[in-house]
Design a binder for this molecule. Structure first.
Ligand code: 6PG
Length: 474
C-alpha cells in the first residue's frame, strides 16, 4: 500500500495530525526513530490507513510520488539533521514541509537550500496544541505557493472551521508562515501573562476563593472575553487530582518555562523597531519567575502586596466594582495586545515583502489556534473593511470599544499599583496606549539630551534639516 502523506516525528502533535488526516480519508505514513511511537499511532487509528515506520528508507518508499512529507520535530538543529537524513531518499519535485516552531531566519536559509536542490519546501506554523492537531488546528503556511496549492485540499480538510471557513490560508512568500506563527505565540504569551495577573488580583487583591475564581472565568468566557485561553483557565480552576482536597494549580511551582517563541517575537520587534511592550513584559515576567530564591529574599526585605478590599483612593471599594473594572481592563489590554501583534505583522510585511493580508490572518486565527477568541471577529472585520489599516487602534469600531473600557482599565491599574500588586502586562498595555494616543511625546527632550552629550543633532518643528547646539559654554 502507498501513502499520500508522510509525517516525521510522531510525538503527540505529529500523531494527532496524521490521525486527523486519516479521518479525512488521507492515507498517512508516520516516521519516528522510536518504534513504539509508530505502534502507538497504529493503535490509536480507527481505520487502517495509517502506518508507523522507524526506518527512513521504507518510510520514504511507502509514499506516493511526488512525495509530501511534513516534519514535526523540535525547532533548531534537529530540523537540519532530519533534512540531511531525508535528502538522499527524496526525488526532485518532492514537497517538504516544516510544521514546527522554527525560527523564521532558519526557514529562510532552508528555503534557499532546498530550492537549490530541486525540492519544494514550505514552512508552516501549526497552532492548537494536541487537541487542535487532532480535531482541527489553525495553520499558517508560507513559502512555495505551488507546493502549498498541491497540499491545499488536505490542509483545508484537516483545519479547524469557523462558519465553514477553514483556518488555513497561504500566508505569503519565504518564511512568512513561521513569522506569523512566531507573532501568534508572542500574543499568546501576553494574553497568558494578563490572565496570570488577573489571577493574582482575584486571589490576593480581592481574596477570592478558587471556586469564586472559577466563577469569574466562567462568566468571562460566556461574554466578550470568550476565548480558548480563558476557557482552559476556567477548567484549570476545577481540576483536582483524584483524592485531593484542593486544586492541582495550587501545587504547581511558580516558575514559568518557555521554549523561546515569545522571546523571538520581542527580539524581532526590536529589530523591526515596532513596539510590543505587552508581549515584552510577558517574556520578562516568565524570566523573573525563575529567580525564586531571590524573590523569596526580596519578599522578606520588602514585604508583599496588600489587599484591594477596601481600596480607598479610587472610586471603588468592593468586590463587585473590582470585578467590573477587571473585566474592562482585560478587554482593553487584550485589544492592545492584539493591536501590537498586528502592527508588528504589518511592519514585517513591508520590511520583508511578505505582502501579508491581515484580514486573512485574523480570519484563520478565529478557530483552532491558542489565541482564538470572539474578539478576533472584530479584528477580522476591521482589516476587511480597510485592508491598509495602519494600526488596529485606528479603526473606529475598535476605538469605541477601547474608549468605553478605559475607565475600568485606569481604575484597575491605579488600584493594583497603589497596593503593590504586580501587573506589568496591564500597566504596559495602558502606557503603550497612552503614548500611542499622544500627539506630542516628550521625545523632544530625549533628542535635546542626545545632542547635548553626543552632538547627535535634532530636527526642528517647521524647519528642514538637522541642527546641533553647544548647550553650555565650553
Ligand atoms: C500553539 C502553541 C505551541 C506551543 C508553544 C508553547 O500555537 O499551539 O503556541 O506552539 O504550545 O510553543 O510555547 P512555550 O513553551 O514557549 O510556552
Amino acid at each position: 500500500m502507498k501513502y499520500d502523506f508522510g509525517m516525521i516525528g510522531l510525538g503527540t502533535m505529529g500523531r494527532n495530525l496524521l490521525l486527523n488526516m486519516a479521518d479525512h480519508g488521507v492515507n498517512g505514513a508516520g516516521f519516528d526513530k522510536d518504534a513504539s511511537k509508530g505502534v502507538q499511532l497504529e493503535q490509536e487509528a480507527k481505520q487502517g490507513n495509517v502506518k508507523g515506520f522507524s526506518e527512513v528508507k521504507p518510510f520514504i518508499e511507502s509514499l506516493n510520488t511526488p512525495r509530501a512529507v511534513m516534519m514535526l520535530v523540535p525547532a533548531g538543529k534537529i530540523v537540519d539533521e532530519v533534512i540531511e537524513e531525508l535528502i538522499p531518499f527524496l526525488d526532485k519535485g518532492d514537497i517538504l514541509i516544516d510544521g514546527g516552531n522554527s525560527h523564521f531566519t532558519d526557514t529562510n536559509r532552508r528555503v534557499d537550500y532546498l530550492e537549490s536542490k530541486g525540492f519544494h519546501f514550505f514552512g508552516m506554523g501549526v497552532s492548537g496544541g494536541e487537541e487542535g492537531a487532532r480535531k482541527g488546528p489553525s495553520m499558517m503556511p508560507g513559502g512555495d505557493k505551488e507546493a502549498y496549492n498541491v497540499m491545499k485540499p488536505i490542509l483545508e480538510s484537516i483545519a479547524a472551521k469557523v462558519e465553514g471557513a477553514p483556518c488555513v490560508t497561504y500566508i505569503g512568500p519565504g518564511a512568512s508562515g513561521h513569522f506569523v506563527k512566531m507573532v501568534h505565540n508572542g500574543i499568546e504569551y501576553a494574553l497568558m501573562q494578563l490572565i496570570a495577573e488577573t489571577y493574582e488580583i482575584l486571589r490576593n487583591g480581592l481574596s477570592l476563593s478558587d471556586t469564586e475564581i472559577h466563577g469569574v472565568f466562567e462568566k468571562w468566557n460566556a461574554g466578550r472575553l470568550s476565548s480558548f485561553l480563558i476557557e482552559i483557565t476556567r477548567d484549570i480552576f476545577t481540576y483536582k487530582e483524584p483524592g485531593a482536597d484542593h486544586l492541582l494549580v495550587n501545587d504547581i511551582k511558580d516558575e514559568a518555562r518557555a521554549k523561546g517563541t515569545g522571546k523571538w517575537t520581542s527580539q524581532e520587534a526590536m529589530n523591526l523597531e515596532t513596539p510590543i511592550p505587552s508581549i515584552d513584559s510577558a517574556v520578562s515576567m516568565r524570566d523573573l519567575s525563575k529567580y525564586k530564591a531571590m524573590r523569596t529574599k526580596a519578599s522578606e526585605i520588602y514585604g508583599s502586596a496588600h489587599s484591594l478590599r477596601g481600596y480607598k483612593h479610587g472610586n471603588w471599594m468592593g468586590k463587585e466594582d473590582g470585578l467590573k473594572f477587571l473585566e474592562e481592563a482585560y478587554f482593553f489590554s487584550m485589544i492592545i495586545t492584539y493591536a501590537q501583534g498586528m502592527h508588528m505583522l504589518s511592519r514585517a510585511s513591508v520590511e520583508y515583502k511578505y505582502d501579508l493580508h491581515l484580514d486573512e490572518i485574523a480570519k484563520i486565527w478565529r478557530g483552532g489556534c491558542i489565541i482564538r477568541s470572539t474578539f478576533l471577529e472584530n479584528i477580522y472585520s476591521a482589516y476587511s473593511k480597510d485592508k491598509n489599516l495602519e494600526h488596529l487602534l485606528l479603526d473606529a469600531d475598535v476605538a469605541n470599544l477601547v474608549k468605553r473600557a478605559s475607565a475600568g482599565m485606569r481604575n484597575l491599574v491605579a488600584a493594583a499599583t497603589s497596593v503593590g500588586i504586580a501587573i506589568p502586562a496591564y500597566a504596559a498595555s495602558l502606557s503603550y496606549f497612552d503614548n500611542f494616543r499622544t500627539e506630542n511625546m516628550p521625545s523632544n527632550l530625549t533628542q535635546a539630551q542626545r545632542d547635548y552629550f553626543g552632538a547627535h543633532t535634532y530636527a526642528l518643528i517647521g524647519k528642514e534639516g538637522v541642527f546641533h547646539t553647544q548647550w553650555m559654554p565650553k
